[in-house]
Design a protein. Structure first.
Length: 200
């Protein structure tokens, strides 16, 4: 069994301003930097040291990773970047499409506007994370991947989980998965800012 910590980046300028942020990037705010430091403190307090470390190709994720680990020997992965929201990028969040009745994601609502659907995002996340975990030695320390809220939700749905009112990927939220027999099992959702751990 191998351990994966899949984490969201810290607060960014777009997050602060309530703007849609997918393929567009914006820098971490002072609060976002502090959030990443709190995540680092959580890992240190719990004696969690990482072997392989990865981030998406977006600066907000790599900056968060560097603060959390203090390392620069990481690999950037295109497959774990944020959902492409098409023409809604950089627009106020209130303008986003509304979920269809009974839906648990935006599904394919962004596709007519040049964006991705949830299945595409979930599939590329699964492919990338599976490749990472397959090449990770079983004896190695846990793996850390810093990604994005929408992409993490698409992955969560892709590997077979259903919405849970206790699960929400706020800035610097951490999902602790275990990988075994080509399956990802979610064990914990950690909010290092609120100092809460939700065990599954």
């Amino acid at each position: 069994m191998k351990d994966l910590y899949l984490m969201r980046h810290g607060q960014t300028f777009f997050n602060q301003e309530g703007l849609v942020q997918g393929v567009y990037d914006s820098p971490l705010t002072d609060l976002g930097i502090e959030q990443a430091k709190q995540a680092r403190a959580f890992f240190e307090k719990n004696g969690i040291e990482f072997g392989g470390i990865y981030s998406s190709t977006q600066e907000r994720a790599s900056d968060t990773l560097e603060i959390v680990t203090g390392r620069t020997d990481y690999t950037r992965l295109k497959g774990v970047k944020e959902w492409n929201f098409g023409l809604f990028e950089a627009q106020p969040e209130r303008l986003q499409p509304k979920f269809r009745a009974g839906a648990v994601s935006f599904e394919d609502l962004y596709v007519p506007y040049g964006g991705e659907d949830v299945a595409q995002v979930g599939e590329r996340m699964l492919t990338s994370l599976t490749e990472v975990m397959k090449k990770t030695p079983a004896v190695e320390n846990p793996t850390l991947v810093v990604s994005h809220g929408g992409a993490m939700w698409a992955f969560y749905l892709k590997v077979g989980y259903l919405p849970d009112p206790n699960i929400y990927f706020s800035n610097c939220a951490i999902c602790h998965y275990q990988y075994e027999n080509d399956q990802f099992l979610l064990r914990q959702v950690i909010d290092p800012l609120a100092k809460t751990v939700y065990d599954l």
